[in-house]
Design a binder for this molecule. Structure first.
Ligand SMILES: [Zn+2]
Ligand SMILES: [Zn+2]
Length: 426
């Protein structure tokens, strides 16, 4: 069974390929990429890709699939369907489920459910501490054996520095990546949105940028002292950047991530008490967006993830203070990130590096690529097509996004995953 994609712009960050040509898939594997592949046989599925980009599936290292325990918001089936439609063919899911993924049993359960019904590859991330309570480390060796790809207490920062230091050393033993949700809980206590003029105007308690930057600095210092890399999740404030620069110059092992909403949306979205724009860390200011883009350009931040966080109306159609933090991300990751290319912040290949090869490297997996023999994980993307965000288009069970009704540019047209062609176009 052969699938031939014709005349698309082929981009593969693993090999640095960027040219207009053809891609051949045979029996679910990449067979070749060339300027012109002519086949005389019959029984070939030909796909015209003129004007489109063809690249390997994205790897989103930060999503919340809500299973087990909160399946009314999302489950592994619906969350991975949203991923597929978003061009994300591998997701790493955070452990703040119910129960928390802090045991081999929960890790295995997630993998079993994924095997039964996931549309894309699922990598479970297990908790750093038992119950994500920040008191006692979970058993990294047993978790890794069960299939944990990394550890994180995402949603919470491991505020006890001695415990975090031990976690880094312990993780190093098992070659497990450590992902930190950088937020000093004392500074952000009861905070709702970014601390500033808008929080004062709305009468909502603010979350200061220092809550994030203090956590970032501590984590960098611990990474230095333990000589163990730390991955800093969803960075949102400009104050981090000089410290990231310093850490790079010092040779401290770390990687940093941001999400499309932190370089697209500002705190103004919450005006009118819009709970759909309530997210943690909170949406910040124009200056922060500028600084985050610059950090991406300079390579201080080198991963873009969605932090896909579904919530149902039960958690969102309530008073602002009672609403849960988080917004959907999987189907908007690519169109919003592509604005970075349009604005000249990153080249297409660099952007894909941030969404395919860099997260793969951090998670210690072979990235999706167009190398001969690789599994076919292929996205066909139209960078020009505009589409409106509607509830019908959203594949997640939940519809919580401040982008509802807005028009985005750039659309995933087709996904070829092994032997199956999905048309995301309807
Ligand atoms: Zn987080
Ligand atoms: Zn998260």
């Amino acid at each position: 069974m052969k699938i031939l994609l014709k005349k698309g712009r082929i981009l593969d960050p693993s090999s640095g390929l960027d040219f207009v040509g053809d891609l051949l898939i045979e029996d679910g594997n990449i067979r070749g990429v060339e300027r012109d592949i002519e086949l005389s046989e019959k029984n070939i599925t030909m796909l015209d890709c003129q004007g489109k980009l063809i690249f390997p599936g994205l790897v989103d290292m930060h999503v919340h699939l809500r299973e087990p325990g909160e399946e009314w918001k999302e489950d592994i089936e619906s969350g991975t369907r949203a991923a597929l439609y978003g061009g994300v063919l591998r997701v790493a899911c955070m452990p703040n489920t119910k129960p928390v993924n802090d045991s081999p049993e929960v890790t295995s359960y997630i993998l079993k459910r994924a095997k039964e019904k996931a549309w894309v590859t699922v990598y479970p991330i297990s908790a750093i501490t038992k119950g994500q309570e920040g008191k006692e480390l979970s058993e990294f060796g047993r978790l890794k054996k069960a299939g944990a790809i990394a550890v994180s207490d995402d949603g919470k920062w491991v505020a006890n520095s001695a415990l975090m230091k031990r976690a880094l050393l312990y993780a190093k033993n098992f070659d497990l990546p450590v992902i930190s949700h950088c937020e000093d809980p004392f500074l952000s206590f009861k905070g709702q949105i970014n601390e500033g003029k808008i929080s004062a105007k709305l009468g909502l308690k603010g979350i200061p940028s220092s809550a994030e930057t203090i956590a970032v600095i501590r984590d960098l210092l611990l990474a230095k002292e333990t000589e163990t890399s730390v991955h800093l999740a969803h960075l949102s404030v400009k104050e981090n950047i000089p410290f990231l620069k310093w850490a790079k110059e010092e040779g401290i092992p770390f990687t940093a991530e941001t999400c499309p909403h932190y370089f697209t949306l500002t705190e103004k979205e919450v005006e009118g008490y819009n709970t759909l724009a309530k997210v943690n860390p909170p949406l910040r200011t124009e200056e922060d967006i500028y600084a985050i883009k610059n950090a991406l350009k300079e390579g201080y931040i080198e991963v873009i993830a969605s932090d896909h966080a579904p919530h149902s109306p039960l958690e969102k159609e309530v008073e602002f203070e009672l609403a849960s933090f988080g917004m959907l991300g999987l189907q908007f990751l690519l169109p919003l990130s592509f604005n970075l290319v349009r604005e000249g912040v990153l080249s297409e290949l660099k952007l894909l590096e941030y969404m395919i090869t860099n997260p793969s490297k951090i998670l210690r997996v072979t990235p999706p690529s167009f190398k001969e023999g690789a599994l076919a994980e292929v996205i066909v993307f139209d960078p020009e097509e505009e589409w409106k965000v509607t509830e019908e288009i959203i594949q997640s069970k939940s519809k919580n996004t401040p982008l509802l009704g807005k028009t985005l540019k750039g659309k995933v047209k087709m996904i070829i995953l092994q032997k199956t062609i999905y048309r995301a176009d309807t």
